[in-house]
Design a binder for this molecule. Structure first.
Ligand code: IMP
Ligand code: MG
Length: 174
């Protein structure tokens, strides 16, 4: 293992929490069709595990690409959709699947964007949340873990596009 990386949340802990979130979502949406909307790139691993943890007969999967301008570790709140959904979501029950809600600026923009498309409902599922940095509060309906104000990597999250492939959530040291 890379000695510069300190494990914050182990692969086992993530798996246990994702299983719980999947059960909760399946119970809340019993009898309904849902569309999971993964926010690329950070959510790709979480999305893959979460989708398999939701035991419902009608689960669709879509992705959105977003680019949030800012430096490497903070977003500016100026968000652009770089890759859009492949199907309309009007009348559908949507769950946005995000890696981390930090300032909340990206989610604030995306939730507004999704609502203009008239889905039946929109909820947010985020693996991680850093409440101390929240600028635009948004409700996280399904949350994996609350973390302190540290820049984390792994399980889909990157630093300069690297480390997304780590199976755990870690912090990069000096
Ligand atoms: P927000 O708009 O500040 O909430 O930031 C959202 C996006 O910034 C997330 O979807 C991540 O892609 C990225 N981000 C925020 N904090 C971290 C972190 O600790 N590690 C990796 N990416 C992060
Ligand atoms: Mg992201």
């Amino acid at each position: 293992m890379d000695k510069r990386i300190q494990v914050q949340i182990s692969a086992e802990k993530i798996a246990a929490r994702v299983a719980e979130l999947g059960k909760q979502i399946a119970a809340d949406y019993a009898g309904k069709e849902i569309v999971l909307v993964g926010v690329l790139k950070g959510s790709f691993i979480f999305m893959a595990d979460l989708a398999r943890a939701i035991e419902l007969p009608e689960v669709r999967v879509e992705f959105l690409g977003v680019q949030s301008y800012g430096d490497e570790t903070t977003s500016s709140g100026v968000v652009q959709i770089t890759f859009d959904l492949t199907k309309p979501i009007e009348g559908k029950h949507i769950i946005i699947v995000e890696d981390i809600v930090d300032t909340g600026l990206t989610m604030d923009y995306l939730l507004d964007q999704m609502r203009t498309r008239h889905p039946a409902s929109v909820k947010l599922c985020a693996l991680l949340h850093k409440p101390s940095r929240m600028k635009k509060p948004c409700t996280i309906d399904y949350l994996g873990f609350t973390i302190p104000d540290l820049f984390v990597i792994g399980y889909g999250l990157d630093y300069a596009q690297k480390f997304r492939n780590l199976p755990y959530i870690g912090v990069l040291g000096e």
